[in-house]
Design a binder for this molecule. Structure first.
Ligand code: M6R
Length: 607
């Protein structure tokens, strides 16, 4: 969602605010803006569209000032326009905000009844107007913020700049993340440690309902009127601006990083010498676990789908998987002795966070698979299983997903070992299959031109594309379809191969490419039948299989690729790379915005 930054500095801050926004732009890119104090007055520069537009604006109309705030937006209330771009300001205060003020209409009605004039369509403006009304009642900024926190509902993080007050910046959070950075006589506040990394590695993370007053020499954090302490931690993030290396897009770079980051993740979860899984110690006994509930959104949910097969097969555990946004409101009873696993790259997806909170209320042991150690989901969990993907900048999830799969497979193996459902021999075989994955993925990446050819010749011109898979390949089909629609805006759907004949087969004609994800696993014959059913109806088949599968079906497909041979259990990890490349090259052929697809944002911190 939106990215926010505030700097209480000693030198002109606008260039620094823009630099921080570059690191936050992946969160939202509808519009951007900065505000500073110039001679005590709030001055703003805002621009619709991407950050480059704001950069051009401040180049044309420089903005001096040594204290300021900045924002990059993913619109929730009010269309993306300069008028709705943050900072949203009155003559007394300027606000940058991430999240949603749920009771904004009620507050707006009150404020309008008092005679206040609103200039934007945003929910954020009620915060600016509310604070202004308190300031006009002669409250101090501290009193105004403390009181406003009591009135605001929803999930939000915000930073406020006050006219006439060069000495303070204030922030507040509920639900959405906010971190404070400590400099030498300078202070910073922003969405996360990544945004603060160019300025400082000394960071403290605010908790829910905290509000904070930053001054040049430090900060004071409050919960209500109570002063609280938040420890300063050392962030290991580099201050260098993340580059694309030799790649045209972050997404392609991140696809290519997969052998390395999967290797790093394996390093944390496997002992190559003994070929055995090593998991962090957990406050649970797998033999006594009654049920595993897994919850996530989007691509991370597909990781849960794959893991369900693994936990059921390897650990013989009953597993329910739940789309977080549905689960949290359905409020199903969860059995005593259950484990809930939340999967999230960002660790701050609000639906997943709330689903985990619900599981906590049901006395489940909370595990999370996350890529951001200090994220809200990580902090709520009893056990954090880190992926070692490194920062993922492309909005489409790639290396985060495959490393989630690695962690989940290791966990399922560990659970199987503990429950006695997996023999030592089996564990060694699976560990070896995992250890070999980086090399197999490298081989797949070396076949990039084949994917480009299929994308250009078969997929890029299509209006609709279907993906089919069975068993462990069904979630890969869903992920392939999601990647294609996110990146290329081509309508795509994934189906379980066996479901085709129950309806979707009506869509098959010679204009609809059908990508069949078919490693030669124990149910290859079944997907081969579904392949034939599509062929019999004149469908245009793209086959993703291995050499044996291609030998059997390749001649009947319009295009086929023989992926390296791997153990069927790890095949979803390898075949995911193939569908990522198909989506990438299709989008490239269509000329869409690959790293920042329309309407999307990287971290979804609103409902
Ligand atoms: O940060 P999370 O893993 O919780 O994000 C979940 C989804 O929003 C995310 O996977 C989304 O579906 C991606 N854009 C997919 O590429």
């Amino acid at each position: 969602m939106c990215g926010i930054i505030g700097i209480l500095g000693k030198a002109p801050v606008t260039p620094l605010l823009v630099e921080a926004l570059k690191r936050l732009e992946y969160r939202g890119y509808d519009s951007a803006g900065v505000a500073t104090l110039v001679n005590g007055h709030i001055e703003r520069r805002r621009a619709e569209g991407k950050l480059v537009n704001l950069e051009a604006r401040v180049a044309r109309e420089p903005l001096p000032g040594i204290i300021g705030i900045g924002h990059t937006r993913w619109a929730t209330h009010g269309k993306p326009s300069e008028r709705n771009a943050h900072p949203i300001a009155t003559d007394r205060v300027a606000i940058v905000h991430n999240g949603i003020i749920e009771n904004f209409q009620e507050l707006k009605d009150e404020l309008v009844a008092e005679g206040r004039k609103f200039e934007s369509d945003t929910d954020t403006e009620v915060v600016a107007q509310l604070l202004t009304s308190y300031l006009e009642l002669q409250m101090s900024p501290e009193e105004a913020m403390g009181k406003a926190m009591g009135r605001l509902r929803g999930a939000f993080a915000l930073v406020a700049l006050f006219s006439g007050r060069h000495d303070i910046l204030m922030g507040a959070r509920r639900g959405s993340s906010l971190a404070v950075g400590y400099g030498e006589g300078e202070m910073y506040i922003g969405t996360d440690a990544l945004a603060l990394a160019p300025f400082t590695s000394r960071v403290s993370y605010l908790e829910d309902n905290d509000w904070v007053v930053l001054k040049a020499d430090g900060c004071s954090v409050y919960q209500g009127t109570q002063k609280v302490e938040r420890p300063i931690k050392k962030s290991g993030l580099s201050g260098d601006l993340m580059g694309k290396g030799n790649h045209q897009h972050f997404m392609l770079k991140e696809i290519h990083e997969q052998p390395a980051v999967i290797g790093d993740t394996l390093h944390s979860y496997l002992d190559p010498a003994t070929r055995s899984v090593r998991l962090p110690s957990m406050p649970l006994d797998w033999t006594k676990v009654s049920r595993v509930t897994m919850t996530a959104c989007g691509t991370a949910f597909y990781a849960c789908m794959v893991a369900k097969y693994w936990f059921e097969k390897l650990a013989r555990l009953p597993v329910e998987i739940e789309v977080a946004s549905e689960f949290r409101y359905r409020e199903p009873p969860l059995p005593e002795g259950g484990v809930c696993i939340a999967v999230s790259q960002s660790g701050e997806t609000v639906d997943t966070l709330e689903a985990l909170r619900y599981a906590q209320s049901q006395k489940q042991t909370l595990l999370s698979v996350v890529n951001v150690p200090e994220s809200a989901i990580a902090r709520l969990s009893n056990v954090v299983l880190m992926t070692r993907a490194g920062p993922e900048i492309g909005v489409a999830s790639t290396k985060a997903f495959t490393t989630q799969l690695v962690v989940l497979l290791a966990t399922a193996i560990g659970a199987g070992r503990a429950r006695g459902t997996l023999s030592r021999q089996e564990e060694e075989r699976l560990a070896l299959a995992m250890i070999e994955l980086p090399a197999r993925i490298n081989e797949t990446l070396n076949m990039e031109e084949d994917y480009r050819r299929i994308a250009e010749n078969t997929l890029a011109g299509a209006r609709d594309v279907l993906y089919l898979g069975r068993g462990l390949s069904f979630p890969v089909a869903l992920e392939g379809a999601l990647k294609l629609k996110e990146l290329s805006y081509i309508h795509a759907e994934g189906y379980a191969g066996g479901e085709m004949k129950h309806g979707p087969i009506a869509l098959i004609d010679d204009a609809v490419p059908v990508v069949v994800v078919a490693p030669t696993d124990p149910i290859f014959d079944k997907i081969a039948s579904n392949f034939e059913q599509v062929r019999a109806r004149g469908g245009r088949l793209v086959l993703l299989s291995d050499a044996r599968g291609v030998a059997r079906l390749g001649a009947k497909a319009e295009m086929s690729i023989a992926l390296p041979d791997v153990d069927p259990v790890v095949s979803p990890i390898l075949y995911t790379v193939a569908v990522q490349l198909l989506a990438y090259y299709t989008a490239l052929a269509k000329g869409t915005d690959i790293d920042q697809p329309r309407n999307l944002a990287k971290s979804v911190t609103v409902e």
